[in-house]
Design a binder for this molecule. Sequence first.
Ligand SMILES: [Zn+2]
Ligand SMILES: [Zn+2]
Length: 242
Amino acid sequence: MGAVFRSGRLLEVIFPALCPACDGELGGARVGLCEGCVGQLLPLAGPGCPSCGRPVSGMEEFCLDCLESPGPGDRGLVWGEYQGVLRRALLALKHGGHDELAPLLADLLSAALSTCSWISKVDIVTAVPSHPIHRIRRGYSAAELLAQEVAKRLNMKYSPILRRRGLRRQALRSRSERLSLGSKDFVLRREARVKGFNILLIDDVLTTGATMRRVVGLLRRADSGKIFTAVLAWSAPSGSWG
Ligand SMILES: [Zn+2]
Ligand SMILES: [Zn+2]
């Protein structure tokens, strides 16, 4: 009887695996999202700004923000809008411990990246690092998992070249010091080599773009080559880079 209870089959009957996006039963040995939810994962319908990847309207080639000042990287891609199933899947990955969703979401991003004219120029794939407290809470970083899976699919080198400063170091500073810290909340890892390398920087969600700009600024100061950005979901319907 003990062997039966230990069997995965019986556990499946008692606790069927559920789709993290709709709570429906996944069924069989399926991992990730249910078929219905996968069908609702849709990329941006129209063209994206070549500089930042956000959708552009009308006949504009670049978005208004990138026309005013250059985008964060040299070229950028945004896969979809942060809503519906994509939003729920990302929340499950980022906060629900559903790291099994990373390969599925990386499939989407890497398929889109493989059609970009610049993708062959990339030397290193890396991620915008999440705050250490999130990593401790979840045990992983959603953006790093995505970046690793994307690199695997594109046969490219993944390297964790960036680090985000932790709470302890920040907590030792006064409020005014913390505010003036600005772009210094990200640092290059000691062993990182970026000089002259073209870098693909991956993040899960783009909100104002301020974080991406800070990281890109750091890489530029370290004399990196071209910087490309790829984000799974864009969340601001009409905001600007903050
Ligand atoms: Zn579902
Ligand atoms: Zn743009």
